[in-house]
Write a protein that binds this ligand. Structure first.
Ligand code: ACO
Length: 310
Protein backbone atom coordinates (compact mmCIF):
# COMPACT_ATOMS: atom_id res chain seq x y z
CA UNK A 1 0.00 0.00 0.00
CA UNK A 2 1.30 3.45 -0.89
CA UNK A 3 1.99 5.76 2.02
CA UNK A 4 2.27 9.53 2.16
CA UNK A 5 4.91 12.15 2.64
CA UNK A 6 3.79 15.26 4.48
CA UNK A 7 5.38 18.09 2.54
CA UNK A 8 4.21 20.89 4.83
CA UNK A 9 1.58 21.77 7.41
CA UNK A 10 0.15 25.04 8.69
CA UNK A 11 -2.73 26.29 10.79
CA UNK A 12 -4.88 29.33 11.48
CA UNK A 13 -6.99 30.45 14.41
CA UNK A 14 -9.06 33.60 14.92
CA UNK A 15 -7.34 36.32 16.96
CA UNK A 16 -10.42 36.71 19.16
CA UNK A 17 -10.63 34.25 22.03
CA UNK A 18 -12.84 33.32 24.97
CA UNK A 19 -10.94 32.16 28.01
CA UNK A 20 -12.82 30.38 30.77
CA UNK A 21 -13.30 33.61 32.72
CA UNK A 22 -14.89 35.36 29.75
CA UNK A 23 -17.10 32.37 28.92
CA UNK A 24 -18.36 32.33 32.49
CA UNK A 25 -19.69 35.88 32.07
CA UNK A 26 -21.91 34.46 29.29
CA UNK A 27 -23.07 31.16 30.78
CA UNK A 28 -23.66 29.76 34.27
CA UNK A 29 -20.39 27.91 34.82
CA UNK A 30 -17.12 28.21 36.68
CA UNK A 31 -13.60 28.64 35.19
CA UNK A 32 -12.09 26.10 37.55
CA UNK A 33 -14.85 23.56 36.86
CA UNK A 34 -14.21 23.89 33.12
CA UNK A 35 -10.47 23.48 33.49
CA UNK A 36 -10.59 20.48 35.82
CA UNK A 37 -13.38 18.68 33.91
CA UNK A 38 -12.02 19.33 30.41
CA UNK A 39 -8.42 20.65 30.49
CA UNK A 40 -9.58 23.59 28.36
CA UNK A 41 -8.60 27.16 29.35
CA UNK A 42 -9.17 29.02 26.10
CA UNK A 43 -10.78 28.75 22.69
CA UNK A 44 -10.43 30.95 19.58
CA UNK A 45 -13.72 32.31 18.29
CA UNK A 46 -14.44 33.81 14.88
CA UNK A 47 -15.45 37.44 14.45
CA UNK A 48 -15.21 38.11 10.70
CA UNK A 49 -13.60 34.77 9.84
CA UNK A 50 -15.36 31.66 8.61
CA UNK A 51 -14.43 28.10 7.58
CA UNK A 52 -13.29 29.29 4.15
CA UNK A 53 -11.18 32.22 5.31
CA UNK A 54 -9.53 30.07 8.01
CA UNK A 55 -8.78 27.36 5.43
CA UNK A 56 -7.32 29.96 3.07
CA UNK A 57 -5.19 31.48 5.84
CA UNK A 58 -3.83 28.05 6.75
CA UNK A 59 -3.21 27.31 3.05
CA UNK A 60 -1.40 30.62 2.47
CA UNK A 61 0.86 30.00 5.47
CA UNK A 62 1.56 26.51 4.17
CA UNK A 63 2.55 27.76 0.70
CA UNK A 64 4.74 30.43 2.30
CA UNK A 65 6.67 27.61 4.01
CA UNK A 66 6.75 25.12 1.14
CA UNK A 67 8.15 26.41 -2.09
CA UNK A 68 6.25 24.06 -4.41
CA UNK A 69 4.80 24.21 -7.87
CA UNK A 70 1.06 24.60 -7.14
CA UNK A 71 0.18 23.10 -10.51
CA UNK A 72 1.20 19.72 -9.04
CA UNK A 73 -1.81 19.79 -6.70
CA UNK A 74 -4.51 17.48 -8.01
CA UNK A 75 -7.00 17.43 -5.11
CA UNK A 76 -8.28 19.61 -2.27
CA UNK A 77 -10.39 17.97 0.42
CA UNK A 78 -11.81 20.08 3.23
CA UNK A 79 -13.12 18.22 6.27
CA UNK A 80 -15.71 20.40 7.95
CA UNK A 81 -19.10 20.34 9.64
CA UNK A 82 -19.41 24.12 9.50
CA UNK A 83 -19.10 25.21 5.86
CA UNK A 84 -20.12 28.79 5.13
CA UNK A 85 -22.36 27.40 2.37
CA UNK A 86 -23.53 23.83 1.83
CA UNK A 87 -22.48 24.63 -1.71
CA UNK A 88 -20.21 25.89 -3.10
CA UNK A 89 -17.90 23.83 -0.94
CA UNK A 90 -15.14 25.21 1.27
CA UNK A 91 -12.65 23.21 -0.81
CA UNK A 92 -13.84 24.76 -4.05
CA UNK A 93 -13.67 28.32 -2.74
CA UNK A 94 -10.36 27.79 -0.96
CA UNK A 95 -8.82 26.28 -4.12
CA UNK A 96 -9.69 29.44 -6.04
CA UNK A 97 -8.45 31.81 -3.32
CA UNK A 98 -5.21 29.86 -3.08
CA UNK A 99 -4.61 30.15 -6.82
CA UNK A 100 -4.81 26.45 -7.61
CA UNK A 101 -5.49 25.25 -11.13
CA UNK A 102 -9.07 24.45 -12.22
CA UNK A 103 -8.45 20.84 -13.25
CA UNK A 104 -8.54 19.37 -9.74
CA UNK A 105 -10.89 17.42 -7.54
CA UNK A 106 -12.25 19.68 -4.76
CA UNK A 107 -14.92 18.73 -2.24
CA UNK A 108 -15.94 18.89 1.43
CA UNK A 109 -16.10 15.81 3.58
CA UNK A 110 -18.43 15.40 6.56
CA UNK A 111 -17.30 13.00 9.28
CA UNK A 112 -17.40 15.46 12.23
CA UNK A 113 -14.30 15.19 14.45
CA UNK A 114 -12.99 12.21 12.46
CA UNK A 115 -13.14 14.33 9.31
CA UNK A 116 -9.42 14.99 8.91
CA UNK A 117 -8.57 11.30 9.25
CA UNK A 118 -11.20 10.31 6.69
CA UNK A 119 -9.99 13.10 4.38
CA UNK A 120 -6.34 12.10 4.71
CA UNK A 121 -7.14 8.50 3.78
CA UNK A 122 -9.36 9.60 0.85
CA UNK A 123 -6.62 11.93 -0.40
CA UNK A 124 -3.97 9.23 0.00
CA UNK A 125 -5.99 6.83 -2.17
CA UNK A 126 -6.63 9.51 -4.77
CA UNK A 127 -3.00 10.54 -5.24
CA UNK A 128 -1.80 6.92 -5.10
CA UNK A 129 -4.01 6.32 -8.13
CA UNK A 130 -3.78 9.66 -9.94
CA UNK A 131 -0.48 11.18 -8.85
CA UNK A 132 0.14 14.78 -7.88
CA UNK A 133 -0.21 16.31 -4.43
CA UNK A 134 -3.28 16.74 -2.26
CA UNK A 135 -4.11 19.59 0.07
CA UNK A 136 -6.02 18.18 3.04
CA UNK A 137 -7.72 20.72 5.26
CA UNK A 138 -9.67 20.54 8.51
CA UNK A 139 -11.54 23.78 9.10
CA UNK A 140 -14.31 24.74 11.51
CA UNK A 141 -16.36 27.67 12.70
CA UNK A 142 -18.00 25.72 15.50
CA UNK A 143 -19.01 28.93 17.27
CA UNK A 144 -21.70 29.20 14.58
CA UNK A 145 -23.43 25.98 15.72
CA UNK A 146 -23.04 26.31 19.48
CA UNK A 147 -25.77 27.47 21.83
CA UNK A 148 -23.92 29.77 24.24
CA UNK A 149 -26.66 29.25 26.84
CA UNK A 150 -25.95 25.48 26.92
CA UNK A 151 -23.12 25.04 29.40
CA UNK A 152 -22.70 21.36 28.60
CA UNK A 153 -21.48 22.15 25.06
CA UNK A 154 -20.33 25.79 24.81
CA UNK A 155 -17.40 25.26 27.17
CA UNK A 156 -15.84 22.70 24.84
CA UNK A 157 -15.67 24.07 21.33
CA UNK A 158 -13.47 26.55 19.43
CA UNK A 159 -12.74 27.64 15.86
CA UNK A 160 -9.66 27.02 13.72
CA UNK A 161 -8.13 25.32 10.71
CA UNK A 162 -5.17 23.15 9.86
CA UNK A 163 -3.84 22.03 6.50
CA UNK A 164 -1.42 19.40 5.28
CA UNK A 165 0.06 19.08 1.81
CA UNK A 166 0.84 15.47 0.95
CA UNK A 167 2.23 13.37 -1.87
CA UNK A 168 2.56 9.62 -2.35
CA UNK A 169 5.55 7.82 -0.89
CA UNK A 170 6.68 4.34 0.09
CA UNK A 171 6.75 5.21 3.77
CA UNK A 172 4.80 3.09 6.23
CA UNK A 173 1.12 3.98 6.33
CA UNK A 174 -1.79 2.03 7.75
CA UNK A 175 -5.34 3.25 8.22
CA UNK A 176 -8.39 1.99 10.11
CA UNK A 177 -11.81 3.59 10.28
CA UNK A 178 -15.40 2.86 11.18
CA UNK A 179 -18.87 4.19 11.85
CA UNK A 180 -21.91 3.40 13.97
CA UNK A 181 -25.05 5.52 13.65
CA UNK A 182 -25.96 7.21 16.95
CA UNK A 183 -28.06 10.38 16.93
CA UNK A 184 -28.40 10.44 20.72
CA UNK A 185 -24.68 10.89 21.36
CA UNK A 186 -24.09 13.90 19.12
CA UNK A 187 -26.23 15.61 16.52
CA UNK A 188 -26.72 18.79 14.52
CA UNK A 189 -29.79 19.25 12.33
CA UNK A 190 -29.52 20.12 8.64
CA UNK A 191 -32.03 22.10 6.54
CA UNK A 192 -35.65 21.98 7.74
CA UNK A 193 -37.30 22.56 11.11
CA UNK A 194 -35.58 22.73 14.48
CA UNK A 195 -32.60 24.55 15.91
CA UNK A 196 -29.13 24.54 14.38
CA UNK A 197 -27.12 23.78 17.50
CA UNK A 198 -24.95 20.86 18.56
CA UNK A 199 -26.75 18.49 20.93
CA UNK A 200 -24.65 16.13 22.96
CA UNK A 201 -24.93 13.44 25.58
CA UNK A 202 -21.56 14.11 27.21
CA UNK A 203 -21.37 10.87 29.19
CA UNK A 204 -22.22 8.77 26.13
CA UNK A 205 -19.55 10.52 24.03
CA UNK A 206 -17.00 10.21 26.82
CA UNK A 207 -17.46 6.44 27.14
CA UNK A 208 -17.37 5.96 23.37
CA UNK A 209 -14.25 8.13 22.99
CA UNK A 210 -12.18 6.31 25.60
CA UNK A 211 -13.03 2.84 24.29
CA UNK A 212 -12.69 3.66 20.58
CA UNK A 213 -9.33 5.44 20.98
CA UNK A 214 -7.90 2.37 22.71
CA UNK A 215 -9.42 0.11 20.03
CA UNK A 216 -7.99 2.22 17.17
CA UNK A 217 -4.50 2.43 18.68
CA UNK A 218 -4.41 -1.32 19.44
CA UNK A 219 -5.68 -2.24 15.96
CA UNK A 220 -3.10 -0.03 14.24
CA UNK A 221 -0.35 -1.62 16.33
CA UNK A 222 -1.49 -5.21 15.79
CA UNK A 223 -2.05 -4.71 12.04
CA UNK A 224 1.46 -3.29 11.58
CA UNK A 225 3.16 -5.61 14.07
CA UNK A 226 4.58 -2.63 15.97
CA UNK A 227 4.54 -1.97 19.69
CA UNK A 228 3.63 1.34 21.28
CA UNK A 229 7.30 1.72 22.32
CA UNK A 230 8.23 1.89 18.62
CA UNK A 231 5.82 4.79 18.03
CA UNK A 232 7.05 8.32 18.72
CA UNK A 233 3.73 10.10 19.27
CA UNK A 234 0.02 9.36 19.61
CA UNK A 235 -1.92 12.36 18.35
CA UNK A 236 -5.56 12.14 19.41
CA UNK A 237 -8.48 14.35 18.52
CA UNK A 238 -8.68 17.00 21.24
CA UNK A 239 -12.11 16.71 22.85
CA UNK A 240 -11.40 16.59 26.57
CA UNK A 241 -8.09 16.12 28.41
CA UNK A 242 -9.79 13.57 30.69
CA UNK A 243 -10.57 11.39 27.66
CA UNK A 244 -6.91 11.39 26.61
CA UNK A 245 -5.74 10.94 30.23
CA UNK A 246 -7.97 7.87 30.55
CA UNK A 247 -6.55 6.40 27.32
CA UNK A 248 -2.89 7.07 28.07
CA UNK A 249 -3.19 5.31 31.44
CA UNK A 250 -3.75 2.14 29.43
CA UNK A 251 -0.20 2.45 28.02
CA UNK A 252 2.02 2.64 31.13
CA UNK A 253 5.37 4.30 30.54
CA UNK A 254 4.16 5.80 27.23
CA UNK A 255 2.03 8.64 28.62
CA UNK A 256 4.47 11.33 27.39
CA UNK A 257 3.68 10.37 23.77
CA UNK A 258 0.09 11.69 23.97
CA UNK A 259 0.59 15.32 22.94
CA UNK A 260 -2.19 17.83 23.72
CA UNK A 261 -2.96 21.45 22.88
CA UNK A 262 -6.64 21.67 23.80
CA UNK A 263 -5.82 23.96 26.71
CA UNK A 264 -5.43 26.75 24.11
CA UNK A 265 -7.91 25.77 21.38
CA UNK A 266 -10.63 23.60 22.94
CA UNK A 267 -12.27 21.09 20.65
CA UNK A 268 -11.94 22.29 17.05
CA UNK A 269 -13.45 19.11 15.56
CA UNK A 270 -11.99 18.34 12.10
CA UNK A 271 -9.30 20.99 12.63
CA UNK A 272 -7.83 19.55 15.82
CA UNK A 273 -5.48 16.91 14.35
CA UNK A 274 -3.98 19.15 11.62
CA UNK A 275 -3.63 21.94 14.22
CA UNK A 276 -1.64 19.53 16.36
CA UNK A 277 0.49 18.33 13.44
CA UNK A 278 1.30 21.90 12.45
CA UNK A 279 2.22 22.91 16.01
CA UNK A 280 4.36 19.82 16.52
CA UNK A 281 6.26 20.30 13.24
CA UNK A 282 6.79 23.95 14.14
CA UNK A 283 8.17 23.04 17.55
CA UNK A 284 10.51 20.51 15.96
CA UNK A 285 8.82 17.61 17.78
CA UNK A 286 8.03 15.77 14.55
CA UNK A 287 10.95 14.80 12.36
CA UNK A 288 11.52 12.71 9.26
CA UNK A 289 11.37 8.97 9.89
CA UNK A 290 9.33 9.16 13.09
CA UNK A 291 6.34 6.87 13.50
CA UNK A 292 3.16 8.59 14.56
CA UNK A 293 -0.37 7.45 15.33
CA UNK A 294 -3.16 9.95 14.62
CA UNK A 295 -6.60 9.01 15.91
CA UNK A 296 -9.90 10.83 15.52
CA UNK A 297 -13.40 10.11 16.79
CA UNK A 298 -16.61 12.04 16.59
CA UNK A 299 -20.23 12.38 15.70
CA UNK A 300 -21.77 9.77 13.48
CA UNK A 301 -20.43 8.04 15.41
CA UNK A 302 -17.24 7.86 13.37
CA UNK A 303 -13.61 7.01 14.03
CA UNK A 304 -10.44 6.85 12.02
CA UNK A 305 -6.76 6.44 12.66
CA UNK A 306 -3.45 6.08 10.89
CA UNK A 307 -0.08 4.79 11.89
CA UNK A 308 2.41 6.43 9.56
CA UNK A 309 6.02 7.19 9.15
CA UNK A 310 6.41 10.91 8.58
N1 ACO B 1 -20.21 24.31 34.51
C1 ACO B 1 -20.53 23.96 35.77
N2 ACO B 1 -21.20 22.84 36.06
C2 ACO B 1 -21.55 22.04 35.05
C3 ACO B 1 -21.25 22.35 33.70
C4 ACO B 1 -20.55 23.54 33.46
N3 ACO B 1 -20.20 23.93 32.23
N4 ACO B 1 -21.72 21.36 32.92
C5 ACO B 1 -22.30 20.47 33.74
N5 ACO B 1 -22.22 20.89 35.02
C6 ACO B 1 -22.69 20.23 36.21
C7 ACO B 1 -23.85 19.30 35.92
O1 ACO B 1 -25.08 20.00 35.96
C8 ACO B 1 -23.72 18.31 37.06
O2 ACO B 1 -24.28 18.85 38.22
P1 ACO B 1 -25.12 17.94 39.26
O3 ACO B 1 -24.12 16.90 39.74
O4 ACO B 1 -25.54 18.90 40.27
O5 ACO B 1 -26.21 17.33 38.45
C9 ACO B 1 -22.22 18.19 37.28
O6 ACO B 1 -21.65 19.40 36.72
C10 ACO B 1 -21.59 17.01 36.62
O7 ACO B 1 -22.04 16.96 35.27
P2 ACO B 1 -21.52 15.89 34.28
O8 ACO B 1 -22.24 16.02 32.98
O9 ACO B 1 -21.52 14.55 34.97
O10 ACO B 1 -20.00 16.36 34.10
P3 ACO B 1 -18.84 15.60 33.41
O11 ACO B 1 -17.74 15.46 34.36
O12 ACO B 1 -19.31 14.39 32.66
O13 ACO B 1 -18.37 16.66 32.33
C11 ACO B 1 -18.47 17.02 29.97
C12 ACO B 1 -19.23 17.06 31.28
C13 ACO B 1 -17.27 17.95 30.09
C14 ACO B 1 -19.36 17.47 28.85
C15 ACO B 1 -17.99 15.57 29.76
O14 ACO B 1 -19.08 14.66 29.86
C16 ACO B 1 -17.35 15.38 28.43
O15 ACO B 1 -16.31 15.99 28.13
N6 ACO B 1 -17.87 14.50 27.60
C17 ACO B 1 -17.32 14.25 26.29
C18 ACO B 1 -17.79 15.36 25.43
C19 ACO B 1 -16.99 15.47 24.19
O16 ACO B 1 -15.90 14.98 24.06
N7 ACO B 1 -17.59 16.12 23.27
C20 ACO B 1 -16.96 16.29 22.03
C21 ACO B 1 -18.01 16.20 21.07
S1 ACO B 1 -17.47 16.12 19.46
C22 ACO B 1 -16.22 15.16 19.48
O17 ACO B 1 -15.18 15.70 19.48
C23 ACO B 1 -16.39 13.76 19.59
Amino acid sequence: MKGIKIIATASAAPANSYDNEKLCTMVDSDPEWIETRTGIRNRHICTNENAVSLAVEAGEKLFAKADIDKSRISAVIAATSTPEFVFPSVACMAAKELGLRREILAFDLSAACSGFMYALETARCYIAQNGGMALVIGTEKLSGIIDYTDRSTCILFGDGAGAALIESSDKLYHHVSGCEADIRALSLKGPGDGDRFVHMDGHRVFRFAVSILKEVVDKLLSDTGLTISEVNYVICHQANARIIDAVKKKYPGQEHKFYMNLEEYGNTSAASIPLLLSEMFEKGLLRDGMKVICAGFGAGLTWGGTLMEI
